[in-house]
Design a protein around this ligand. Structure first.
Ligand code: UD1
Ligand code: UDP
Length: 368
């Protein structure tokens, strides 16, 4: 019988962080041909993660351009995938999450009648406009996917409520926990950690599309106030290369002595610095799960999250995007030791680090 071909397609840093352990698992088993195609929605941030997580790509659409719009990415990926899918003719295509890449790839597969498997399926806020456009993307991907790998039972229940057949929905855990197990080092040092003894590190990321403009300015103003108020606090902020983010970060925080702005970190540095931080303050999706895996309290600068498991477990809190609410929430966590202990002792609801093996088992059983 002809060997089956599984193609994994991703394009951004967060997708790479979560798809690389699965690609390594599938390649290690050697039970099918595995082909990796990157869309290049991100460039240097994507390649750095792949190098560190030991995954290479056979194909690269190279779609990224500076200040790209959703039209640029979606149309570039859709058009580029036509040739890749036609010439490679995979038996199934793995997509991840909710990016423009994942949406456009799943649409291309639908047009060509190629089955897709959706990793990190079933996350929902219930508001099609938030996060924008990710909530739309993940719902659209679910409409055509043949396999839905939900990280938690709550995500699986969302899919069942949308009438996805139960036989296509699998609870696997989130592959990000697999990655955290791969990247964490017991003994680790980095220039950004120099002189931080006795300080409480706040690890900050803020760059989501829906945060750009006034919300980002408000969030960063709150962080400035925190750094000016607490002299035992040091903020580390890897700034996204998106020009709309870098300029605001430099303007609001650039001259603040207790804030260290830096270029995007590699994922090994990122996870190890987070593991040595006191609190994570972020608008990111992935950091909410990584914080839970690392037992670090996460303050989420958003009004809604598609990851309610962290809130229910007690490791994460929604703090809004306005200066006053962000400042108040960070301050109360810095000042309230009991709250801090409670949040950092919360169980991790996102899996045990074996999600990739579970997904590979299911693919082997159903496909091969
Ligand atoms: C996208 C994802 C979002 C994810 C985020 C992670 C969609 C709809 N959104 O956001 O879910 O959280 O990526 O970062 O797909 N850039 C570089 N080098 C890089 C990467 C980006 O210079 O390696 C700059 C470019 O100027 C690019 C800009 O960042 O135009 C924005 O990148 P883009 O992928 O369009 O970001 P978002 O859509 O905001
Ligand atoms: N990350 C990284 N370097 C950084 C900042 C983040 O490697 O400087 C990783 C982080 O650990 C997480 C992922 O990038 O795995 C999150 O990506 P992002 O915030 O861009 O997207 P989101 O999770 O919001 O979709």
């Amino acid at each position: 019988m002809k060997r089956k071909k599984i193609m994994a397609v991703f394009g951004t840093r967060p997708e790479a962080v979560k798809m690389c352990p699965l690609v390594r698992e599938l390649k290690g088993r050697d039970s099918a041909d595995i082909c990796v195609c990157v869309t290049g929605q991100h460039r240097e941030m994507l390649w750095e993660v792949m190098r560190e997580l030991d995954v290479s790509a056979e194909r690269d659409l190279g779609v990224m351009k500076s200040s790209q719009t959703l039209f640029d990415v979606t149309s570039g990926v859709l058009e580029g995938m036509k040739e890749v899918l036609t010439s490679e003719s995979p038996d199934v295509v793995l997509v991840h999450g909710d990016t423009a890449t994942a949406f456009a790839v799943s649409l291309a597969c639908f047009y060509l009648g190629i089955p897709t498997a959706h990793v990190e399926a079933g996350l929902r806020t219930g508001d099609i406009r938030s996060p924008f456009p990710e909530e739309f993307n993940r719902r659209a991907i679910a409409l055509t996917a043949s396999y839905h790998f939900a990280p938690t039972t709550a995500a699986a229940e969302n899919l069942l409520r949308e009438s996805v057949p139960p036989s296509c929905v699998f609870v696997t855990g989130n592959t990000v926990v697999d990655t955290v197990r791969y990247t964490l080092r017991e003994s680790y040092t980095h220039p950004l950690l120099e002189g931080t003894e006795g300080k409480r590190i706040i690890f900050l990321t803020a760059h989501r599309r829906e945060s750009l403009g006034a919300p980002l300015e408000q969030m960063l103003s709150a962080v400035r106030q925190v750094a000016e108020t607490y002299d035992d606090v040091l903020v580390i902020y890897p700034v996204h290369p998106n020009p709309c983010v870098a300029t605001v970060a430099e303007t609001i925080l650039g001259d603040c002595p207790r804030v260290r702005l830096c270029s995007p970190l590699g994922v090994i540095d990122c996870h190890n610095i987070m593991a040595r931080s006191y609190i994570l303050v972020t608008d990111s999706g992935g950091l909410q799960e990584e914080g839970a895996a690392l037992r670090k309290p996460v303050l989420i600068m958003r009004n809604v999250t598609e990851r309610p498991e962290g809130l229910a477990a007690g490791v994460a809190r929604l703090v809004g995007t306005e200066t006053e609410s962000v400042f108040r929430s960070v301050s109360s966590l810095l000042e309230n030791g009991a709250l801090y202990s409670q949040m950092s002792l919360a169980p991790n609801p996102y899996g045990d680090g074996n999600a990739s093996a579970r997904i590979a088992d299911i693919l082997e059983e159903r496909l091969l």
